[in-house]
Design a protein around this ligand. Sequence first.
Ligand code: SAH
Length: 371
Amino acid sequence: MNSAPAPAKTDNINLLNFDRKGLESFFVEMGEKTFRATQVLKWIHQAGISEISLMSNLSKSLRQQLEETCSIVAPEIVHEQIATDGTRKWVLQMSCGNRVETIFIPERGRGTLCVSSQVGCSLACPFCSTAQQGFNRNLSVAEIIGQLYVAQKQLGDQAKVTNVVMMGMGEPLLNFNNVVAAMNLMMDDFAYGLSKRRVTLSTSGVVPAIYRLSEACDVSLAISLHAANDTLRDQLVPINKKYPLKELLEACLHYVESAPRRHITFEYVMLAGINDSDADARGLIKLLKNIPAKINLIPFNPFPGSEYQCSTASILERFKDIINRSGIVVTVRKTRGEDIDAACGQLVGKVADKSRRSQKIQKMREEYAAS
Ligand code: SAH
């Protein structure tokens, strides 16, 4: 007997969009018990199951009911690169054709996943390749947690994601609710069970959202500082014009004090001749002397069209020594995945090649060729 094709599911609910609280409310609304939420979370996030029919501890009728209205739709990997050092970079296709990237960095005893929060970014930091693409949209919870979901699936038994850093494309605090829900899932024992020390949110300094974060979600905080005075930071991290250093550091102090968090990490990209002098190092020490701080120096990762250069190895070492002598803990981020353009935004830029800057460069080339 030929049955008519099933009607296309409209308004399908993507179960990847729910954190535990959301899923509990969803089941309560269905007239189910809240423990269904933990059962389903475990199937999705721990077993990596995307077919509701396989969730064998749910009654058949509940499975049927869920199948009619829900699905589990994760982003799709459209491009994978594996560097010689084991770093993996995935370009993920989101709905509406948007693409973001997720990077897995294996190290001895741990595996760090660098997760994106937005398609593009609105903040226009001139040394960042994502900024050159402009802002497109916020990612949904499913698209954020989906990066961890597909990464763990893709890695299989070969490696485990033990740490997450919200340091991919976008400004996570400008997509607050979705990022918080996704981070809740990362730390939920019924989902990924990562400890709060192993989930880090990096922000350019959206001050009001730092206060909100201290109420909403207990994760490690990293601040993209990059300059120790307002004049330079206004240029390098333009959101500084709205939330200058004094306000940013007050918010950081509040964040540290509002829970027994140990320190805040301050990221500092090393740009030759821009922010890497001895005076800059001393300014940094002075600025951070009253905050439980760690400084992470990031060698600038150049990208096509970038106008900056990375500080030389000797300047970087000298800068680090000056800070070290002050007693502030300072580390230098290891450059990983160099053979696969592992700086955030670069691979998507290459694959999609839609960046305004690259279009600009192309236009200039054409004009040059025609002249
Ligand atoms: N919007 C968030 C997450 C951005 S990416 C934030 O600003 O914190 C994480 C870090 O990489 C940030 O400190 C960012 O400033 C830095 N970064 C961006 N482009 C870089 C580049 N080309 N080289 C080195 N670090 C870069």
